[in-house]
Design a protein around this ligand. Structure first.
Ligand code: TEU
Length: 548
């Protein structure tokens, strides 16, 4: 059976990874070309975000054809070559399946629009209210109402995301059968992992107005969600013990995750939850500027660590992905302590109980995009909200400040391979601008520097392989109330691991209440640790992984 607890997953956003044909977009051949780099890092899986045929309104999360590769990314032969070359290096592939919705260009939706009743029932069409308003007041995650009017039917269809991403009707058995077929198709191609996009939104509940929120209470972790996941499991990936799965769970509850990611294996191997990445939001509102709440971050992560373990469920642990700003810009420091904070954040997340995910460029300490003009932004969500914020009365300057912090494009700038033109990403015109700091934050430089962020990630991954305690140990939170320190312990077969992190740029002191001199330091981001009996003095953004 695949030991996903001991594994590390590396996420690739192919569009921004490496371009081999000079069209300014990364491609599958580009991933193959960089496999040795990934192998050197030491990860076990590559999760690739969607590269299926798509109009790319949401960079591939709007799938037009699940069985074919978008020509912008290459061909099926390119995929097979990538798959073979990865296998040679002991790296497994995890594909990203978007089944909550399709692209409006998908054949099913086109047939639905043409009036074919079979395919209309593949989606969610509803009559508007008597007063001519949409069926419910639900908001799309990308802004505006979540229903689109189709005059021909005098009906609306539901789109929780962009208007070009109509939601599928999972209550229709034929839809579920089609989805099973797609998963089996990719299993037959030798794929060994799946990420299921916003999969806890597939079972819609009641279609009612939401007077307290944006509608999510009616479709998040919906009435048949566990039934549908179990069915998908039994009919597809559950038949192959080597396949690992992760569900992306939007606004989920922990109670549901105990079941989604239970070790009984009935649903998924693990889940992505996002509550710890809303600590710089106002509730669910992302388009505001609020300093991040460190205590909240600790409480949420520690809560999930403790309760998921108690309920025999497994976490995916991560700071970054293609929807999140860069973590070093978010919870770290991009100036004097850039390197220290990038390493500290890495250690803090990798030693938690769960499977760590690294998003391309995170291992280099890549930072937010630093865009200053709307023409530099490409993401549909950012473009919509830039407009909406100004409609709400915010000044352009304010709207820019918010995008600079929260835009998904922060993580979508091209991978920084070198200090050369376009950071070595393309010889053409990059589809999105390369960060100027590629002059000093880039793979070429970091591979040669034994003290680099890259080498630190490499060491962390190696530690997971060498010390079972990191993968299998029990979790215990520490320093709960400390204003700067994020610390925890792991226990396994009589051994103990103590991970201490300073999240701030000032020196702090902590009394651990036990003799710290009994530990050896496995990894840290400063040459010497200042330990005296039960007390430790942590330098700015210091991290240490202690073991006894
Ligand atoms: O994202 C789901 C999702 O709800 C968020 O992460 C979303 O980006 C955020 O709420 C916006 O503020 C997944 C994919 O990861 C994302 O790239 C897609 O755009 C989205 O689903 C739709 O398929």
């Amino acid at each position: 059976m695949a030991d996903f607890k001991k594994s590390v997953v590396y996420q690739i956003y192919p569009k921004s990874f490496y371009d081999t044909d000079g069209d300014g977009l990364g491609d599958l051949k580009g991933v193959t070309a960089k496999l040795d780099y990934i192998k050197d890092l030491g990860v076990d899986y590559i999760w690739m975000t969607p590269f299926f045929v798509s109009p790319q309104n949401d960079n591939g999360y709007d799938v037009e054809d699940y069985y074919n590769i978008d020509p912008r990314y290459g061909t099926m032969e390119d995929f097979e070559e990538l798959s073979r070359e990865a296998k040679k290096r002991g790296i497994k592939l995890m594909l990203d399946m978007v089944f909550n919705h399709t692209s409006s260009r998908h054949e099913w939706f086109q047939k639905a629009l043409a009036g074919d009743p079979k395919y209309k029932d593949f989606y969610i069409f509803k009559r508007g209210k008597a007063n001519g308003e949409p069926p419910t007041n639900w908001e799309s995650k990308f802004g505006g109402n979540a229903w689109e009017y189709v005059e021909k039917f005098d009906e609306y269809y539901l789109h929780l995301f962009d208007v070009t991403q109509p939601d599928l009707n999972w209550d229709n058995e034929e839809v579920r059968k089609e989805i099973q077929k797609i998963v089996k198709f990719w299993m037959a191609k030798g794929v060994e992992g799946f990420r299921f996009d916003v999969v806890n939104l597939i079972s819609k509940g009641e279609f009612k107005d939401d007077y307290e929120g944006d509608g999510r209470r009616f479709y998040t972790d919906g009435p048949n969600i566990h039934k549908y996941l179990q069915e998908l499991n039994e009919t597809t990936f559950g038949t192959d013990a080597e396949i690992i799965t992760v569900g992306e769970m939007s606004s989920t509850s922990m109670e549901n995750c105990y079941r989604y990611a239970n070790e009984d294996g009935k649903e998924l191997s693990m889940v992505f939850s996002f509550h710890h990445l809303k600590v710089d939001f106002m509730g669910n509102e992302k388009w505001v500027i609020v300093p991040f709440d460190f205590q909240k971050l600790k409480n949420i992560l520690f809560d999930w660590q403790t309760h998921m373990a108690e309920n025999h469920a497994w976490n995916a642990v991560f700071w970054c992905n293609h929807d999140q700003p860069r973590v070093v810009s978010r919870f770290g420091n991009t100036e004097k302590y850039w390197k220290e904070s990038a390493k500290m954040l890495a250690a803090a997340i990798h030693c938690l109980r769960g499977t760590p995910y690294i998003y391309q460029g995170e291992e280099l300490g890549m930072t937010n995009a630093g865009f200053t003009d709307i023409s530099q932004y490409k993401d549909v969500e950012s473009l919509n909200h830039f407009r909406i914020l100004q409609e709400k009365g915010l000044s352009k300057e304010n709207a820019y400040q918010i995008l600079q912090i929260h835009s998904r494009d922060n993580s979508r700038t091209p991978m920084q391979w070198s200090d050369g033109i376009n950071g070595g990403f393309t010889e053409g015109n990059p589809w999105i601008q390369v960060n100027e700091n590629t002059r000093f934050i880039n793979a070429e430089t970091e591979l040669q520097d034994p003290d680099s962020v890259f080498i630190f990630y490499k060491k962390l991954i190696r530690l997971r392989k060498e010390y079972d305690i990191i993968a299998y140990g029990d979790f215990e939170q520490k320093a709960e109330k400390h204003l700067s320190i994020f610390a925890y312990k792991r226990y396994y077969k009589g051994k103990e691991l103590l991970v201490i992190n300073n999240f701030y740029g000032n020196q702090v002191r902590w009394d651990a209440g036990e003799d710290l001199e009994l530990y050896e330091c496995l990894l840290g981001n400063y040459e010497k640790q200042d330990i005296n009996g039960t007390e430790v003095i942590l330098k700015p953004y210091e991290t240490m992984i202690l073991y006894k």
